[in-house]
Design a protein. Structure first.
Length: 426
């Protein structure tokens, strides 16, 4: 009888373990082939100012390579590097180390670390050689000229390396942008838009290994604030029609000419998010938003902005806690016409104050419906399956100044696999 009960319990556990596996078009916290840090900030002048920390974790016993790309808030790639992870390994990264001090994470596969001192492995972990990493791992310290490039690029100033600008200029010496992390077959210095980065079935630089997981934190010791969340976990499949048929909306679709060769599921387009401006949360609420312009963006002339900027949306509805709605005027096209309602999330990565100048709300407590779909003229008729669809990600950060802060995902109401264009109230 005891043996039967044990076998039944074991079967239940195995069933639960199977349920934790990936479901394409449902962006959930399971290991993926790509991680997204939707937004970061680093104060370049104040060591007690804001910085962003994140981790890259390996969910498998197999040693892997991860490729990290740092993007500006207007989606210009400014830095990439490789991270080697033994089985079940974790690599924590403080972006201030990179952007201020030029210190990249130090890792190396067995071939570059024969004495197992740089990337030691544990009892249950695999440690293998990636010959392609010889000369690339372990990484050295970035030269001063490259640190200058990173700092100018991520603060909206001229980068001599790019020959132009890469981001928005806020004038506060805070670096802003977002980060992607992909599993890769080999050490590479290619960006996702470069030939060879993606190939059928994960045979290019990028693989379809759904083994990455991670988290991130915003830390500001000067204001006694810290909050965090899981990174966005993006799964890959070379067999699911939603992520393998040309013309479908995939996460990296703009970088592979909408062929779906990246095999990554897209994010959501519609969200619900609460806000509190008062009471215990005296610092109010910020929405952290990452958006897809659907355009491959390079450096641009300083003093101008890309053709797709600012990004619009199909609808925003602001409710108080008695369900009274306010619907600001919206135009479902990008760039947004001037002087037309609110434009709270114009860039690809930003943190927007709810109740601030760019996102005024008539209530102190309530929630917001966000339909962030938009047709981008500069993207043409893309993605082919639905040119009006636009994937995005939204996080909510609520702050009590000098005391505490909390962060969590906005509720996802759809997937860009089948984007919802429904408008509340008609």
């Amino acid at each position: 009888m005891k043996r039967a009960a044990f076998l039944l319990a074991l079967a239940c556990l195995l069933t639960l373990a199977g349920q934790a596996s990936a479901v394409i078009c449902t962006v959930d916290d399971v290991p993926g082939a790509t991680l997204l840090l939707p937004y970061f900030e680093v104060d370049l002048a104040n060591p007690n100012g804001v910085t962003t920390l994140f981790s890259i974790n390996n969910a498998s016993a197999t040693a892997i390579l991860a490729h990290v790309v740092v993007w500006s808030d207007l989606s210009v790639p400014v830095l990439d590097f490789n991270v080697y992870l033994t089985g079940y390994d974790v690599q924590s990264i403080n972006l201030a180390d990179i952007l201020v001090r030029g210190a990249l994470p130090q890792t190396a596969s067995a071939g570059q670390d024969p004495h197992d001192t740089i990337s030691p492995k544990g009892q249950f972990s695999q440690d293998i050689n990636f010959a392609s990493c010889t000369g690339q791992l372990p990484t050295g310290t970035l030269p001063a000229t490259f640190i200058t490039h990173l700092q100018t690029s991520l603060t909206g100033q001229f980068s001599s390396l790019l020959g132009g600008c890469a981001g928005l200029a806020y004038g506060d010496n805070v670096a802003r942008g977002y980060i992607t992390v992909d599993t890769v077959n080999n050490c590479t210095l290619r960006f996702p838009g470069d030939l060879g980065y993606f190939a059928a079935g994960g045979t290019g630089d990028a693989t379809n290994q759904n083994v990455l997981w991670g988290d991130y934190f915003y830390v500001n010791s000067g204001t006694n604030r810290a909050d965090g969340e899981t990174l966005v976990h993006i799964e890959a499949s070379a067999t699911n029609p939603e992520t393998s048929v040309a013309g479908q909306y995939t996460f990296y679709g703009r970088y592979d000419a909408w062929t779906a060769v990246d095999n990554r599921e897209p994010l959501a387009t519609n969200f619900a998010a609460r806000f509190i401006n008062g009471g215990a949360f005296s610092g109010g609420t910020n929405f952290v938003a990452w958006r897809d312009s659907k355009v491959v963006q390079g450096a641009f002339k300083c003093g101008t902005t890309p053709a797709w900027y600012p990004l619009g949306q199909e609808q925003i509805v602001i409710f108080d806690e008695q369900e009274h709605p306010q619907i600001p005027q919206s135009f479902p096209v990008s760039p947004q016409p001037p002087q037309t309602g609110i434009i709270p999330f114009p860039a690809e990565a930003q943190s927007t104050k709810v109740g601030g100048a760019s996102f005024p709300v008539p209530f102190n407590f309530g929630w917001v419906f966000l339909n962030l779909n938009t047709t981008v003229a500069a993207a043409g008729s893309n993605p082919p399956e639905d040119p009006a669809a636009a994937q995005a990600w939204v996080e909510v950060v609520m702050q009590a100044l000098g005391r505490y802060s909390v962060g969590f995902d906005a509720i996802k109401l759809d997937s860009a696999c089948t984007a919802s264009h429904t408008r509340i109230g008609g």
